[in-house]
Design a protein around this ligand. Structure first.
Ligand SMILES: NC(=O)c1ccc[n+]([C@@H]2O[C@H](COP(=O)([O-])OP(=O)(O)OC[C@H]3O[C@@H](n4cnc5c(N)ncnc54)[C@H](OP(=O)(O)O)[C@@H]3O)[C@@H](O)[C@H]2O)c1
Length: 266
């Protein structure tokens, strides 16, 4: 049964923040098109969405964001099922970690393929549909879009890049009535810290202990939804991320001391 509710497309919706966004948008009456590589995980999230709101639908599409044809297919599925696309959240991503001297160019390319070119592929695929609805585009950055921590140069470079993309697109897409929201979370509960440098999730992987406790994923999803709906240019998620950004900008010598002691521990 087709309804004429609004439609959101979310990449990387098989776990973590993307899955929480799928549930939250569902609770707000959106039909969802949820995409990622692991189909069985998407089925699980789709079933969760169905139990939250039976009057909307969650359609799953297997998709690797490094492949433009996969994203073209996701948008076709949205068009064929719902006839419209109101919001697109380019969320899929992972983190290549390690000191520069221990990484090689392929590690950096792999990071950019997903976190940067995957975002671009998502935007290219969905732009025509967003123009029709004067829709909302959201790009997943990070606190690492604003400060680069030692040991995560590949990830930070990718997140600085999407911040640059979001800044340019904010003004480029204005003429079409499309808003662009850059999302910059600090630590949020998810599976990202159990994904290896090849983008493979390992449930047995040991997570590094963090200095601050991560924000609950559902709380992050609520804040992200609110910012996108209000067509904000950027949203910073978590108090510790806001604090670090403040220190980085206004107290650079304090930030240097923090980074020096962090780097020593690597
Ligand atoms: N959690 C945090 O603390 C945090 C902080 C700042 C920014 N972020 C950003 O938030 C986004 C979501 O991450 P998360 O924390 O929710 O981690 P997560 O639980 O590991 O989720 C990552 C999602 O991205 C998908 N994905 C990865 N590579 C993909 C590819 N090539 N094609 C399609 N989908 C792909 C994964 O699905 P499949 O494996 O099924 O493909 C999964 O659904 C990322 O961009 C991340 O950088 C997270």
């Amino acid at each position: 049964m087709v309804n004429d509710n609004k439609v959101v497309l979310i990449t990387g919706a098989s776990s973590g923040i993307g899955a929480a966004l799928a549930r939250y948008y569902t609770s707000k009456g959106f039909n969802t098109v949820i995409a990622a590589r692991r189909s069985e995980r998407l089925q699980k999230i789709s079933a969760e969405c169905a139990s939250i709101n039976f009057s909307v639908r969650a359609v799953t599409v297997k998709c690797d964001v490094t492949k433009q044809e996969d994203l073209d297919n996701v948008v076709n599925v949205a068009r064929n099922n719902f006839g419209r696309l109101d919001t697109v959240i380019a969320n899929a991503g992972f983190g290549v970690v390690g000191k520069f001297e221990n990484l090689n160019l392929d590690d950096y390319k792999r990071q950019f393929e997903v976190n940067v070119w995957g975002v671009q592929n998502t935007v290219w695929a969905s732009l025509d549909e967003l123009k029709k609805t004067k829709g909302k585009l959201a790009i997943m950055g990070s606190g690492s879009s604003h400060f680069s921590l030692p040991g995560v140069s590949a990830y930070s470079m990718s997140k600085y890049s999407v911040r640059a993309l979001a800044e340019a697109l904010y003004f480029e897409l204005m003429r079409y009535g499309i808003s662009v929201t850059l999302i910059c979370p600090g630590l949020v509960e998810s599976e990202i810290r159990k994904v290896d440098n090849y983008g493979v999730y390992n449930p047995e992987a040991k997570e590094e202990s963090e200095l601050v406790s991560p924000m609950k994923t559902d709380k992050a999803a609520r804040q992200i939804y609110s910012a996108i709906e209000k067509r904000k240019r950027e949203v910073i998620i978590t108090f510790h991320c806001k604090l670090l950004m403040f220190v980085n900008k206004y107290l650079p010598s304090v930030m240097s001391l923090l980074m020096k002691s962090y780097a020593k521990k690597l």
